[in-house]
Design a protein around this ligand. Structure first.
Ligand SMILES: [Zn+2]
Length: 132
């Protein structure tokens, strides 16, 4: 179970729509199981079906996360034209086993869907999201 604020959910959806039809991506930080900060990151893959976080922006985000005494809790990306479920590539690219992977699907553009998953070694477990 992971908690995000309404504002952060809206910011992720806005980011997904801004980058449409390409995938967007970013990092989510907070304390315990509550996400309080979003870092929009450039998708250097500039692709409609994959994402790669800009490494320099990742370093900067980690510095800010440290400075604020937060923890990296999540990574998010969008699925512009695919369902809200991790792709095979997402599963193979999930390098942070303690991190929750958020997917924003714009398959139904006017009704975006957000779901969260934990992934390790190819296994996918859905994580319940509480929007507070
Ligand atoms: Zn994906």
């Amino acid at each position: 179970m992971i908690t995000i604020t309404r504002e952060i959910a809206e910011e992720m959806i806005r980011h997904a729509k801004e980058e449409y039809p390409r995938e967007c991506c970013g990092m989510l930080a907070g304390r315990e199981q509550t996400i309080t900060k979003v870092f929009k990151t450039k998708n250097i893959a500039e692709s409609e079906d994959l994402y790669e976080l800009d490494p320099l922006e990742q370093v900067k985000a980690f510095e800010e996360i440290d400075r604020l005494s937060l923890k990296l809790l999540g990574i998010y990306h969008s699925h512009p034209n695919h369902p809200c479920y991790p792709s095979g590539l997402d599963r193979s690219q999930a390098f942070y086993p303690d991190t929750v992977f958020f997917i924003i699907s714009l398959l139904d553009f006017d009704n975006p869907q957000i779901r969260a998953f934990k992934m390790s070694e190819g296994e996918v477990v859905e994580e319940e999201i509480i929007v507070d």
